[in-house]
Design a binder for this molecule. Sequence first.
Ligand SMILES: Cc1cc2nc3c(=O)[nH]c(=O)nc-3n(C[C@H](O)[C@H](O)[C@H](O)COP(=O)(O)O)c2cc1C
Length: 202
Amino acid sequence: MMKTVTLCAVALMASATAFAQNIQLPAPQKSGGKPLMEALSQRKSSREFDAKALSEQTISNLLWAAGGFNRNGMRTAPSANNKQEFEIYVALEKGLYLYNAKDNALELVKSGDLRSKTGKQSFVSVAPLNLVYVYDAAKMSDEKMAYADCGFISQNVYLYCASEGLATVVRGFVDRDDLAKVIGLKPGYAITLSQTVGYPKN
Ligand SMILES: Cc1cc2nc3c(=O)[nH]c(=O)nc-3n(C[C@H](O)[C@H](O)[C@H](O)COP(=O)(O)O)c2cc1C
């Protein structure tokens, strides 16, 4: 009996350790998808999500669309004065990560399921992924410009989702102070919006 309990504890610790790791994403697929006019025709906000997880390939593609590099240090989304002030946090069931666009990796910030903290609507903890958009005010002190820049990132995500038949909604209904504490944001970093992504609920 004692041996079984010990083995279970070891297995649990091993699986927790397995979750608590950075994730090297596969290279983003930069071709294919629906033609732009079809994606625009299908772009919409959805608030019902299936719980099915997204593959690492899909997460890689999604994040590259959101804010990856597409040429010599430049991004898929524009930014005022090319400040590139945004960081994208990714809340998955197994943990909260920071997208490292240069290395195409997810850096573990906190293990555990923090999806419910990313917004005040119930679907945020059903959907497999929530993005949290955070800007560095030292790079962009003008909040209006930061919100404009965030809109481009968010629309890239909308269009990628429309192209792939995924469901998404950008959200301002977020407890920013609480979420900043949960993420452990340093002073000078501010949350603008969050965005949920997943498969549509049939
Ligand atoms: C800045 C911004 C904040 C938003 N915040 C929320 C939100 O907190 N919750 C939500 O369900 N939808 C939110 N939305 C989605 C809008 O409600 C949605 O875009 C609008 O109703 C138009 O619908 P459509 O996106 O399907 O065209 C937000 C949209 C924007 C642009």
